[in-house]
Write a protein of this length. Sequence first.
Length: 284
Amino acid sequence: MEREKLLCLDEAAAGIRCLSLDAVYNAESGHPGGSLSIAEILAYLYFEKMNIDPKNPQKPDRDRMVLSKGHACPALYSVLAMRGFFPETEIPTFRHLGSRLQGHPVMYKIPGVDMSTGSLGQGISAACGMAIKAKRCKEDYKVFAIIGDGESQEGQVWEAAMFAAHYKLDNLIVFLDYNHLQIDGDVRSVMNPTPLDEKFAAFSWYVQVIDGHSIKEIDYAVNNAYKSDKPSVIICNTVKGKGVSFMENNHTWHGKAPKKDDYEKAAAELKAAYEKAREARING
């Protein structure tokens, strides 16, 4: 990928983090940790890879994206707003009464949301349904999904994995956000799902393990996945709470909104990172 594109996507990821924090703070509730960890994945998909049109969100040949870990929707809403599906001015209404930006994404309310999600494990199954529909109807689009490492403790994830392999869903690409933490602590202590790479390989998936904060590695992995004749999983090593020093690798920020003092500290850090990324993009 060209350096200019990399810098633009880094800036977009930084912007997603800023808006995600604002959403959770204004709601006084939400899930900042796992929203901040998927910013680069979303920036890459929505600003670089996916065939989408904000002016025609339901166009039949669009690529689909299912946020199976639906509680991370502050990040999804942020990238959709930045991409032009709805105004950024709606972000502060997150989780407010009457807002269409509720605590989990709702497909019939929000342009650009391809599947309502919330109950963990169900999103990847819905993605399988979209992918097999495309295969059987000879439609040329890709289906992406983002699942969590804690979510991978759900049996339905592995039923979907078996289904995808059996029906040779090579048009399905799943990102596993491996930030190592869930609401109760380290995923390996709560109920150890590892080794995730070997387990998906045993289910006959094409497996890649990358740095989930590297746009360059994400791009390389997705292009590899496009060439595979199997369903693909990209296990992304990420940092929960990425970009906010006191949130990083701290499971207590899984589902807690910052108070005013913490918000101001976090916002200052994220804004500084955004300005740095913006300056790098401008200067090339």
